[in-house]
Design a protein around this ligand. Structure first.
Ligand code: F6R
Length: 608
């Protein structure tokens, strides 16, 4: 979704802002813009398309100045055109605003302003903000922003500059993330730390209904009611190199290859092999209630939702807890009635997904307790949940989530194991599980070593326009995730199905042009999966089987076999999803797709 980056300090702002925008490209956008205070006036430039288009435009200009704001826009109100791109300005052309989020009452505000003679040049809601700030300005920019936010409904992360207030940027947030970055030679603000991690790792996460006034040497954070606030400065773990390609052609491939490390990081310091019990410091604040929990609801979207679906099977296997998994965007419309001591567990890479946030807020209102598994430290979900566990997986830049899925699975299993060991799970079972978990990084490496074989399979089938992914039990959500990965990066139509549902409909689709990826480890579902793929084979559908290493039984029915090392059934999804990720990647590559930034998709979905 849209990205914001701003800087005020000693250095030239333009390269910092353009570099920051490039780090935010992964969020998805369709136009970009920049405004720099140059001498006594603000030079604002915008363009449609990629940031290189904006660069071409501004390279011909001087644009000298040590303070500015910049934006990548993902169209919501109005098409992706230059006049809709941010920054937007007011009637006086002195105020410039970049904004993420949606101003819900913009239409009525705009009509009122138009009646008062104000002219608008875009179809955006943001231009209303610029006009209102311009009207409210009486010499104090922070006050003008404060007055404006009291009039608007909806969500915003915004940054504002005014020609008559040199050396000052005002930022404000409600519902859209904004992080302030501190350094010796200036201050930053961005919608995402990756935009400034090259310059600083000292950050403050602005919270809802807060404003910050940034200057070269100081900053002030205040509430919407003008009360000053003190915030502790956090140190982010992410390094500038994490946001580099490091020799890989795409972030998606780099992140697929990072999985031995990210799964290891998800377990680092969290295993007690002798006791067969994980240690999860993040849930200590709620431990006494959590250990008595008998009802858990996992809420998430997209890939995180499929991780939750695997989590349900793991909890059912390892604990006595009833688990529901719900797509966050639907959950909040249910008639919720929680038994006492119900915990809601939100899964989210970004920690900013609007639907997941709305779901946990609704659950809290109904008395549920809140937990989170989140990758982005300090993100909204991490702050709004009572306790939780971080992925520590570094930034995920590719729009298609890969390393976070396996990291989420690892953490879900650690949590299930911890709770199970305080219920009926024996020491032997706990020790066996931890031993198997410890083997995972090496086993993932082994799956990755088959990349050439998987690429050859992709070469053979990438022209097929429809694919089916099938699995049962633990492998069923892997099938759904495999299909999601393929469709989002290659634009090939794919369906993920519970294999048992085949004969209730989808089998009608089977033709020699429709490959089926069957996730069929040698577990208690294996024989049933064999029957399913036989039904496909007898209708001449090609079968790509992902099965356990050493399984020699599929030669006659599967056209292609991809092997994953043997592990415990509840850990198998962590291995089986990797061939699916690679298949999606290689198909997309062969089809020349924009792999890290697939069309119409955004990394962090901060609107409902
Ligand atoms: C798919 C993908 C999305 C996200 C979903 C939730 O590859 O990345 O489906 O999983 O938008 O995002 P988070 O996990 O940030 O809440």
């Amino acid at each position: 979704m849209c990205g914001i980056v701003c800087y005020v300090g000693e250095k030239q702002a333009r390269p910092i802002l353009v570099g920051g925008l490039k780090q935010l490209e992964y969020r998805g956008y369709d136009s970009a813009g920049i405004a720099v205070l140059e001498g006594g006036s603000i030079n604002c430039q915008r363009s449609v398309g990629k940031i290189v288009e904006l660069e071409k435009k501004i390279n011909a200009l001087e644009m000298n100045g040590t303070m500015g704001i910049a934006h990548t826009r993902w169209a919501t109100h109005g098409e992706p055109t230059e006049h809709n791109a941010h920054p937007h300005t007011d009637q006086t052309r002195k105020v410039f605003v970049v904004h993420n989020g949606i101003i819900e009452n913009y239409s009525s505000l705009k009509k009122k302003l138009q009646k008062g003679g104000y002219r608008f040049y875009s179809e955006t809601d943001t231009e209303v903000l610029a006009q209102l700030i311009g009207i409210a300005f009486e010499g104090d920019l922070t006050e003008a922003v404060r007055k404006t936010i009291s009039k608007v409904e909806g969500t915003f992360g915004m940054a504002v500059i005014h020609q008559d207030v040199p050396g000052e940027i005002v930022v404000a947030r409600r519902g859209s993330p904004l992080v302030i970055g501190l350094s010796d030679d200036g201050h930053f603000a961005a919608s995402d730390v990756s935009a400034m991690v090259r310059y600083t790792n000292q950050v403050i996460h602005l919270q809802d209904n807060e404003l910050a006034t940034l200057r070269k040497d100081d900053f002030v954070i205040s509430t919407a009611r003008a009360e000053p606030i003190q915030r502790t400065i956090e140190t982010v773990e992410w390094r500038a190199e994490d946001a580099e390609l490091d020799g890989f052609p795409h972030f998606m491939l780099k992140e697929i290859y990072e999985q031995p490390e990210t799964v290891r990081n998800a377990m680092r310091g969290r295993l007690e092999p002798g006791e067969g019990v994980p240690k999860l410091g993040g849930i200590i604040p709620v431990w006494e209630e959590l250990r008595r929990c008998r009802h858990l609801v996992i809420v998430a979207c997209g890939t995180s939702y499929y991780a939750g679906c695997v989590g349900r099977y793991a909890f059912e296997k390892l604990t006595d807890i009833d688990v529901e998994v719900e797509v966050a965007s639907e959950f909040r419309y249910r008639k919720l009635n929680f038994p006492p001591n119900t915990f809601i567990l939100a899964l989210s890479q970004s920690g900013e997904t609007a639907d997941t946030l709305a779901a946990i807020r609704e659950a809290k209102r109904k008395g549920a307790r809140l937990l989170g598994i989140v990758n982005v430290v300090g993100s909204s979900i991490s702050r709004e949940t009572e306790a939780g566990i971080y992925n520590h997986a570094g930034p995920e830049i590719g729009v298609a989530s890969t390393k976070i899925f396996t990291s989420q699975l690892t953490i879900l299993i650690l949590l299930a194991l911890l709770l199970g060991r305080h219920q009926n799970l024996s020491l032997t079972e706990g020790v066996e599980a931890i031993r198997a978990l410890q083997l995972l990084p090496e086993q993932i490496q082994k799956v990755l070593s088959q990349a050439n074989h998987i690429e050859a399979v992709a070469e053979k089938y990438h022209a097929c326009q429809n694919w089916l992914f099938l699995g049962r039990k633990f492998s069923c959500p892997v099938a759904m995730e495999g299909a999601l990965k393929l469709k989002e990066v290659s634009y090939i139509h794919a369906e993920g199905y519970a294999a048992g549902e085949m004969k209730h409909g989808p089998i009608a689709l089977i033709t020699p042009e429709m490959p089926t990826v069957a996730i069929m480890p040698k577990d208690d579902m294996y024989e049933k999966m064999v029957s399913n793929i036989q039904e496909i084979k007898s209708r001449k559908g090609p079968v790509i089987a992902i099965t356990t290493e050493g399984n020699k039984e599929l030669g006659d029915i599967a056209d292609e076999i991809i092997e994953t090392p043997a592990t415990l059934d509840f850990l198998n999804p962590i291995l089986a999803v990797i061939p699916c990720q690679l298949l999606a990647y290689y198909c997309a590559n062969l089809l020349n797709r924009d792999i890290d930034k697939p069309r119409n998709l955004a990394k962090s979905v901060t609107v409902e």
